[in-house]
Design a protein around this ligand. Structure first.
Ligand SMILES: C[S@@+](CC[C@H](N)C(=O)[O-])C[C@H]1O[C@@H](n2cnc3c(N)ncnc32)[C@H](O)[C@@H]1O
Length: 221
């Protein structure tokens, strides 16, 4: 199995306009959904700079922040302190989560669990199942095989679903695992899949328009 590698957040500026400081659109839906289900204990798996931890904390959830990057956890902690929010913090590898069985009502893995290979993905999915309570829900994203980074790049293959990203930046040489619809369904067959859809993001980079494709899954234990 490939060795885990987190993001190099030291090269990402703490700028309020940066996408990693502004919550995703999906997170606002999840706040409403999980509040209405009386869910409380929330894990921000691979929290990055903490944009979702802060949002969920402000909305009354008990937040656990987890990331392999010490810099990510330190910056999330600093931001939470400024907002006078108190969270639980752990640095570690998602292949072995440092939590007891049945610890969480809800888990968010936004652009995180794809940072492994096929063997690692199966381990992470078992970890999600283990730490989620019965009826607990998890929202996660997975890179899609339709994305040019998988289809067209000459990045090195790790296995038939996984490439090493070679673009300079915070995710240089971080593994990226990709799915198609059938693989996504097969991986989460032990969960109830509430929703699965693919999103295409159009964005400008170095003066050129780019596209990236992700599957989004809402699953229940
Ligand atoms: C694309 S960022 C997303 C951050 C955050 N979820 C967000 O939406 O803003 C991916 C995060 O996953 C973390 N990560 C990558 N591999 C990991 C691993 N094996 N265990 C824990 N975290 C990991 C990275 O360090 C990084 O903070």
């Amino acid at each position: 199995m490939i060795k885990s590698k987190g993001w190099d957040w030291k090269i990402v500026k703490d700028d309020d306009t940066c996408i990693w400081k502004n919550p995703s659109m999906e997170s606002f839906y999840l706040i409403n959904r999980w509040k209405s289900q009386n869910k409380k204990d929330f894990l921000d798996l691979g929290c990055g700079l903490g944009r979702h931890s802060i949002l969920f904390g402000k909305n009354g959830f008990n937040v656990s922040c987890f990331d392999i990057s010490e810099e990510a956890i330190n910056r999330t902690k600093k931001w939470a302190n400024e907002e006078e929010l108190s969270f639980n913090y752990q640095i570690g590898d998602m292949l072995k989560l440092p939590y007891n069985d049945n610890s969480f009502d809800c888990i968010l893995c936004m652009n995180v669990i794809s940072h492994t290979d096929t063997e690692g993905m199966r381990i992470i999915i078992n970890e999600l199942k283990r730490v989620l309570r019965d009826d607990g829900e998890c929202y996660l994203t997975l890179g899609s095989k339709d994305t040019p980074g998988f289809k067209n790049s000459d990045w090195p293959m790790v296995d038939s679903n996984t490439k090493l990203r070679m673009e300079e930046g915070p995710e240089y040489k971080v593994p990226h695992f990709y799915v198609d619809y059938n693989l996504a369904k097969e991986l989460f067959k032990d969960f109830k899949i509430i929703d699965i859809h693919q999103i295409v993001n159009h964005y400008e980079h170095d003066g050129k328009m780019n596209e990236s494709y992700h599957y989004h899954l809402l699953i229940k234990k």
